[in-house]
Design a protein around this ligand. Structure first.
Ligand SMILES: Nc1ncnc2c1ncn2[C@@H]1O[C@H](COP(=O)(O)OP(=O)(O)OP(=O)(O)O)[C@@H](O)[C@H]1O
Length: 311
C-alpha cells in the first residue's frame, strides 16, 4: 500500500540554514495495516506524512502510495487516500452536513451519493444529530470526528491521521478510537497515524514505527519492540547491598541499581525472574514487583533520551 525508498526532505530556510527534516526513510506498509508513527517533536513525522499525501514533494528518494508515485501521479494518489491533518481546518460557518457533502462533491461524488455518504458517516461517527449545526459550534471532540468524516467521505482505501486525538480529553480520545477501529474493521482500510500518546500507540497500533531526527530507528509490533529493546524492570525493597549480587545473577540481568530501600534491575522476562529472585534472596527481600516496559523505555533504550521530555 505504501512503499518508500530513501525518502528525504530538506527545507532550505535561508542561504545558511537547511533543515534535514526527513533523512532517507525506507518503509513498506501493507494493505489493512494499522501503523502508528511515533517520535518526539520535530522528528519528521508530519513532513513524512505530507510527502505521502502529496502535499509537499520529496527532495530525493521515492514513494508510492496505493500503487502510484507521489510526485508523478499525485492526482491518482489523492483519489485513494484520506488525510486528516493536525488541528482543525479553517473555521467554517457552514452546516455540518453541508460541509461533508461539499467535500464529497469535491471528490467527484454526485449530489445524491454525496448526501447519502455524508449521512452514513454522520451516523457512524455519532454526529447524526448535529448535521444542522454550524461547524464552528461543534465541541473539540465533535469537530475532530467531523475531520475524520471528511477524510473518509470518498471511501479511501488508505487513511492518514496526523495526531488525531491531540487536545481531546480521555473520553473523547477513546470515543474517536472506537469509531476509527470500527470503520477500519468494516472496510479493511489501511490506517497510518502519528501520535504523541505512547499509550495510544501501544494499545491501538499493530505496528509502531519510531522516528527520530528524520530517520526510522525502530519498526515492529509494540510487544516485540518492548521485549527486544527494553525488557522488564524488577523493583525490590529489602537489604539493597546484599540483594545486588543476587539480582545481578538473574538471567539477562542488566542496568542494576542499588536504591535507598533496595534494588532495581532490568531482565528479559520479569515474571519468570521474580520467583528466582524470591527463592535466592529469601529473608533479604521485603517486597518485589515487575514493571512491564513502555514504549518510552524503548525510546530511552534506543536514544538515551526520554520521549516525553522531547514532546
Ligand atoms: N516548512 C518548513 N520550513 C522549515 N522547516 C520545517 C518546515 N516544516 C517542518 N520543518 C522542520 O522540519 C523538522 C521536522 O518537522 P515535522 O513537523 O515533520 O516534525 P514532527 O515529527 O511532525 O513534529 P511534531 O510532533 O511537533 O508535529 C522540524 O525541525 C521542523 O521545524
Amino acid at each position: 500500500m505504501i512503499s518508500t525508498r530513501a525518502l528525504t526532505k530538506d527545507f532550505v530556510v535561508n542561504r545558511k540554514t537547511t533543515v534535514h527534516a526527513v533523512r532517507g526513510i525506507s518503509l513498506d506498509i501493507g494493505p489493512g495495516e494499522l501503523v502508528a508513527v511515533l517520535g518526539p517533536n520535530g522528528a519528521g513525522k508530519t513532513t513524512t506524512m505530507r510527502m505521502l499525501t502529496t502535499l509537499i514533494t520529496p527532495t530525493s528518494g521515492t514513494a508510492t502510495v496505493a500503487g502510484h508515485d507521489v510526485v508523478s501521479e499525485a492526482a491518482q494518489v489523492r483519489r485513494h487516500i484520506g488525510y486528516v491533518g493536525q488541528g482543525n481546518g479553517a473555521a467554517h460557518t457552514q452546516l455540518v452536513g453541508d460541509e461533508l457533502c461539499v467535500q464529497g462533491r469535491i471528490y467527484g461524488l454526485d449530489r445524491k451519493t454525496a448526501r447519502q455518504r455524508s449521512d452514513e458517516l454522520l451516523a457512524a461517527l455519532d454526529l447524526a444529530d448535529l448535521g444542522n449545526r454550524k461547524v464552528t459550534d461543534l465541541s473539540g471532540g465533535q469537530r475532530r470526528r467531523l475531520d475524520v468524516a471528511i477524510g473518509l467521505v470518498h471511501a479511501p482505501s488508505l487513511l492518514f491521521l496526523d495526531e488525531p486525538s491531540t487536545g481531546l480529553d480521555p473520553q473523547n480520545r477513546a470515543n474517536l478510537w472506537a469509531h476509527i477501529l470500527r470503520m477500519r474493521a468494516e472496510s479493511d482500510m489501511t490506517v497510518v497515524l502519528t501520535t504523541h500518546y505512547l499509550d495510544e500507540a501501544d494499545t491501538m497500533a499493530e505496528r509502531v514505527v519510531i522516528v527520530d531526527h528524520g530517520e526510522v530507528i525502530a519498526d515492529d509490533t509494540p510487544t516485540a519492540l518492548k521485549a527486544k529493546l527494553a525488557g522488564d524492570r524488577i523493583v525490590a525493597s529489602g537489604a539493597g547491598r546484599a540483594l545486588a549480587p543476587i539480582a545481578a545473577a538473574l538471567p539477562g540481568a542488566r542496568d542494576l541499581a542499588v536504591t535507598d530501600g533496595g534494588i532495581e534491575v532490568r531482565v528479559n522476562d520479569g515474571p519468570s525472574a521474580l520467583p528466582e529472585l524470591v527463592h535466592a534472596a529469601g529473608g533479604l527481600l521485603r517486597t518485589a514487583e515487575v514493571h512491564r516496559p513502555t514504549l518510552d523505555d524503548v525510546f530511552l533504550a534506543l536514544t538515551g533520551r526520554n520521549l516525553r521530555e522531547n514532546s
